[in-house]
Every structure is written in structure tokens, then in C-alpha cells.
Design a protein around this ligand. Structure first.
Ligand code: GLY
Length: 430
């Protein structure tokens, strides 16, 4: 099977790596890919991943059997629709189903119809409505831009004026709308559920670290690290999520006439009142997806092709490695406020020599002088498998110590509390 992968980040590098580990995959083409992916697969230029005719033309030119769309923007823009209309098997939902990520208010409506546990929320179109909603819930305040906002749409703050200012900025855009939500306490879990529109299979749960600094200090980022498994999570949590969250959501989307084919990212908080959905996304997480994918033993190409062609029922539950996976993101100087690009990167071969570790490229480029340089906020994902979380952490941090990138930053506490048994679940992990 020949596969085209759309995207250029660490998630897509992990997907390409996983596909090529599947004997049924003979070749992978990535567009636009990145220098790390180019070591494994053919990379094709693609100026805009949302350019549906260009993506369709690439799929036709390479006569691929499957297209995997990694990021959310092309899915929300309808790249999946265009590929399907041209007769391709696609892993990634059509635009109508991708609204589960593209519109927070749509996601809330689907959850309400499907009986999925989530936070209370008000959809607001004026500042007065926002003020009333903030006051009815109290602090901490949660304000979400209704639409896609490249990771900058959600503000969680104790400051009412900061919450209002974020809402004002979102509302000032044409058609601006925000969702004000009740704050969900408790540790967060990401569960990636593969679906063919009817059947659902879950990958191993992972936890993402969204803040820039150790101890969850500082501003939000796209994600600074992740790990799997979660020793503190309830037993059989992935099965619980399929039964109570993913399957009802997939069924509701099907009933609405927009079947969801792809990865339904269920982001949950384990609150004192039980698990609640914080958000849905229409794709694998980044970098939390890399942790779950690192543990997946079920052949990835076969799995994604089965989902794309309505045959997921052929699979029993997915198989995962017993080992732990830890992912640590190496970010550029100035990230997330103003990431500096263009710094040379060295030491990747030495890092990859650490047993159990490998390096995914997230924001890199090779310049005309042949030098690998940073090109974006999150530059590298260092992934490691180990017999325990401690062993995986040790391998990941040993690999990072061998990487040289001026001004780079990484968190030192990825999976640390879990390894020490210090993650607290309000009300206990029942
Ligand atoms: N790591 C969060 C996300 O992928 O949205």
C-alpha cells in the first residue's frame, strides 16, 4: 500500500514512522513533510496544506491507496471532502464532521444530544453575555474562541478582566462567538479514538503538558511533552471513554448525516464528579499522539486504511506495547511568545544512539548551505520507550542532553509526578 501523509510536524513524522513499520505499507509520500520525514519518505512541496486541488493532484500523481491528513486546518477547510470526491480513501473527517474541532459550540451541541459528560457552557456573541456567564460560573474562568485559533483560542484564568479581554478579541472578528465554560478540575487525559464513521477503537491514553514551564507554570503552548501509560488513571479507562464518550459522539455525528472518519481526540478531565470532556479534536494530538502512537503495536497502515474504507470492525481491540513512552518537546528560544527561527541544530545522531530513544522533527528546515536549523516554536520531539516511566524519562532526557540548539528550552518534569505516584485524581481513580 502507498500512503500520502499531509502535514509537516512531529505528529506527521510519528505517523510516517508508524506507517513504514507496517509491512503492508510499501511507500510513503509526505507533503510538505520536514527534514526528518525526508530521511524516511519522499517529500513533495506543498505551499498550503489547505489547498485541496493541490492535495488531490498529489494523491493522483502518486497513485496512492490512502491519504492521511494530519493537522486540523485542512480537515476543517474540506481537504478530506475533495479527496473523497476524487475517489481516494482518506483518514481524516470531512469538513462537516471536523466541526467537532472547528466549532466549540457545535461540539457542545453534539455532546448534549449524545449525552456525553462535559462542562456547563454558555455560547456568547456579546460582551454583556460573556460578563454574565463569567459571573454565573465564577473563577477560574474558561473562555474559548468558537473557531479554530491555532492553539491560541482557549484562556483559563483567575482574572475576570483577562477573560473579558480574550472574549472581546474573539468577538471583534467577523462572526465572532465564544464559549464560556465551567472550569473542570482534575488531571487531563487524551484518548485518541480511530473511527470509520460507525465503529470505534481507542489507542492507549496519554497525558499532555500544555504549559511552558515546569510545575505547569507560565503560558499555554501547543504541548511541551506527553507520556503513556497513565498509572493513576482508572482501570480500563480507554474502554470507558469509547462507551461513554466516543461511541455516542460517533453515533450522533452519523445520525446528523456527517459520519466521522479519522481520529477523534477526546480530551477529558478526571474531575471530582467523574470524567468530563474538555474538548474534542478531529485528529491525533501533538505531542500526546506521539506518546500513544509510540506504544501502538497494531500495524498503523492497516488500521488507518480499515478506518478509511469502513472496515474497522475487522479489528478487535488495538494492541499496545507494555513499555512506557515519554515525549519531551525541545522548543525554540522565545517560544511561545516570539519563537526565534534559524538556529543550527546538532547532536541528533548522538541523541538517536540512546537505546530506546528517537527524535522527531517538529519545526526544522535545511537551508541551502545544508545546515539543519530551527523553523518554528516547537522544534523537536524526543521520544523514548522504557520498561518503566522512569526508564523512558531517563532515556529521553539523556537523548536531549546530546542535542545542541542555542536558546532552546524543554520541560524537565514530563511524566515525573506520574513516575513518583504523585498525580492526584479528585475523588480517587474509581
Ligand atoms: N497537544 C494538544 C493538541 O494536540 O491539541
Amino acid at each position: 500500500m502507498k500512503v500520502l501523509v499531509i502535514g509537516s510536524g512531529g505528529r506527521e513524522h510519528a505517523i510516517v514512522r508508524g506507517l513504514l513499520a507496517d509491512p503492508s505499507v510499501s511507500a510513503v509520500v509526505a507533503a510538505p513533510g520536514n527534514p526528518g520525514i525526508a530521511e524516511l519518505a519522499t517529500c513533495e512541496p506543498l505551499a498550503d496544506v489547505c489547498d485541496a486541488p493541490a492535495v488531490v493532484a498529489l494523491a493522483a500523481r502518486h497513485t496512492v491507496d490512502l491519504v492521511v491528513v494530519g493537522p486540523e486546518a485542512p480537515l476543517v477547510a474540506g481537504v478530506g471532502d475533495a479527496l473523497r470526491a476524487a475517489g481516494h480513501a482518506v483518514f481524516g473527517p470531512d469538513a462537516a464532521a471536523a466541526r467537532i474541532e472547528g466549532s466549540k459550540s457545535f461540539a457542545k451541541a453534539v455532546m448534549a444530544a449524545a449525552g456525553v459528560p462535559t462542562s456547563l457552557a454558555h455560547v456568547c456573541t456579546t460582551e454583556d453575555e460573556v460578563a454574565a456567564a463569567l459571573d454565573s460560573f465564577g473563577a477560574p474562568h474558561v473562555v474559548k474562541d468558537d473557531g479554530l485559533a491555532a492553539g491560541k483560542g482557549v484562556v483559563v484564568t483567575d482574572s475576570r478582566s483577562e477573560a473579558l479581554a480574550h472574549a472581546r478579541a474573539c468577538l471583534s472578528r467577523p462572526g465572532g462567538q465564544v464559549v464560556v465554560e465551567d472550569y473542570l478540575d482534575g488531571p487531563e487525559v487524551s484518548v485518541f479514538c480511530v473511527s470509520d464513521g460507525t465503529t470505534v477503537r481507542a489507542l492507549a491514553p496519554a497525558q499532555d503538558f500544555k504549559r511552558i514551564g515546569d510545575g505547569d507554570e507560565g503560558p499555554n503552548t501547543g504541548g511541551m511533552g506527553a507520556y503513556s501509560p497513565l498509572p493513576w488513571a482508572p482501570l480500563h479507562f480507554a474502554e470507558w471513554v469509547v462507551e461513554h464518550v466516543a461511541q455516542p459522539t460517533i453515533d450522533e455525528l452519523h445520525r446528523m448525516g456527517c459520519p466521522f472518519v479519522g481520529a477523534l481526540y477526546c480530551g477529558l478531565a478526571l474531575t471530582s464528579r467523574g470524567p468530563r470532556v474538555v474538548e474534542f479534536n478531529a485528529r491525533f494530538g501533538d505531542p500526546d499522539g506521539q506518546a500513544s502512537l509510540a506504544r501502538l503495536l497494531t500495524p498503523l497502515g492497516t488500521l488507518l486504511y480499515a478506518a478509511a474504507t469502513g472496515r474497522l470492525d475487522d479489528f478487535d481491540d488495538l494492541r499496545n506495547r507494555p513499555e512506557s513512552a515519554v515525549v519531551v518537546v525541545v522548543s525554540a528560544d522565545g517560544y511561545p511568545a516570539a519563537a526565534r527561527s534559524g538556529d543550527p541544530i546538532a547532536g541528533l545522531e548522538e541523541a538517536a544512539e540512546v537505546p530506546g530513544a528517537w527524535v522527531l522533527h517538529a519545526g526544522t528546515r535545511v537551508d541551502s548551505d545544508g545546515v539543519l536549523r530551527s523553523s518554528g516554536g516547537r522544534v523537536l520531539d524526543v521520544v523514548a520507550l522504557g520498561a518503566t516511566l522512569d526508564a523512558a524519562r531517563a532515556a529521553a532526557y539523556e537523548a536531549i542532553s546530546r542535542i545542541r540548539l542555542d536558546g532552546s528550552h524543554h520541560r524537565r518534569d514530563i511524566a515525573l509526578a506520574a513516575a513518583r505516584g504523585e498525580v492526584l485524581v479528585p475523588g480517587g481513580a474509581a
